[in-house]
Design a protein around this ligand. Structure first.
Ligand code: F6P
Length: 359
């Protein structure tokens, strides 16, 4: 292999630039030529390639976002085209592959989450030599114990909890922090444990409002006039509906956030009489500089992805297990999820100290 390409797909996550840098440096070190594909898989269809050199990746390690651009609206197998003023969706995968061929690109590194892994898997099955790197702040990709970006999101959410703690205590209020995680409660669980939350609510375990209220009242009886609740955006009441809904717009899923945290704060105030406020952390969790852990993990992933290419180990995602980088076949994990299970050790720890439900 003499020429490779790298792209970043789906929502951004802190550490994307660190992966790109590691891919480029490792490949250049072995005399390879590296193309960056701009704006995710869409750039493959649109022929948006830029050559990446040592100087293109200089200084990007601590930077959030992605120097290559990214988008959620970019599936080449169902790609938007304007015809006669109308948007129609077409399979443009052949054109995308042709663009790669004309640039002599022999292997592709896809840095992405579940959607990008599905597309990568389809291209791999069409014969494209692909290697994937698991990215999402949600940490919900199977086959790996960690996705990069997650540690940064947890750190930001923990800092938010520390800040909410002092204002909650001063005002004798209930503070609800809504964090990201539409299907998976990993951010809520980790940040809730790290930030000393009194109650952690995750999508995997529908909660009983009674239990939340009982927790707040029990604290009041012990002289604690404030409480901190962490709720994942996808968490919902038992028998109720998820606050996050999905609409399909053209070829892609769009998320509609339903204000899980705000709804909960209103109900708590009504049922306890305690003033309650909600903070929605949102994309603050995705932006900005990656933590040291994410920078190191991203660098390891980028190096390992290029090593897969040297070994001809295509169709794999690099992954972290027991602090070692391993390879997992993309076809085995595409379309699968990694959720918090009832036997999860952290969840059990949360239950042991009385801040998690689900027994
Ligand atoms: O998957 C990452 C994530 O940040 C989720 O936690 C969140 O629900 C979603 O993406 C938000 O997507 P968007 O940036 O498209 O609003």
């Amino acid at each position: 292999v003499k020429t490779i390409a790298v792209l970043t797909g789906g929502g951004d996550a802190p550490g994307l630039n660190a992966v790109i840098r590691a891919v480029v440096r490792t490949a250049l070190g072995h005399g390879l030529k590296v193309w960056g594909i701009k704006n995710g898989f869409g750039g493959m269809v649109e022929n948006q390639f830029i050559e990446l050199t040592d100087s293109s990746v200089a200084g990007i390690l601590p930077r959030g976002g992605t120097m290559l651009g990214t988008t959620n609206r970019d599936n080449p197998f169902n790609y938007p085209q304007t015809e006669g003023g109308q948007v129609v969706y077409k399979n443009m995968s052949a054109q995308a592959l042709d663009n790669l061929r004309r640039a002599d690109i022999e292997a592709l590194v896809v840095i992405g989450g579940d959607g990008s892994l599905r597309i990568a898997s389809e291209f791999y099955q069409l014969g494209l030599p692909v290697v994937a790197v698991p990215k999402t702040i949600d940490n919900d990709i199977p086959g790996t114990e960690r996705t990069f970006g997650f540690d940064t999101a947890v750190t930001v959410a923990t800092d938010a909890l520390d800040r909410l703690h002092t204002t909650a205590e001063s005002h004798h209020r209930v503070m609800v922090l809504e964090v990201m995680g539409r299907y998976a409660g990993w951010i809520a669980l980790h940040a809730g444990l790290a930030g000393g939350a009194d109650c952690i609510l995750i999508p995997e375990i529908p909660f009983k409002l009674d239990s939340v209220i009982a927790k707040i009242k029990e604290r009041q009886q012990r002289g604690r006039q404030f409480s901190l609740i962490v709720i994942a955006e996808g968490a919902y009441r038992e028998g109720g509906e998820m606050s996050v809904s999905f609409i399909v717009e053209g070829s892609h899923e769009k998320i509609r956030l339903g204000g899980a945290g705000e709804k909960l704060a209103r109900e708590i105030e009504k049922l306890t009489g305690v003033e309650s406020r909600c903070t929605v952390l949102g994309h603050v969790q995705r932006g900005g500089s990656p933590t040291a852990f994410d920078r190191v993990l991203s660098t390891r992933y980028g190096v390992a992805a290029v090593e897969c290419i040297f070994d001809g180990a295509f169709g794999n995602m690099v992954a972290l297990q027991k602090n070692r980088i391993i390879r997992v076949p993309i076809t085995e994990i595409a379309g699968q999820a990694n959720n918090v299970t009832l036997d999860n050790e952290l969840l059990k720890a949360g239950r042991a100290i009385g801040i998690c439900f689900g027994d």
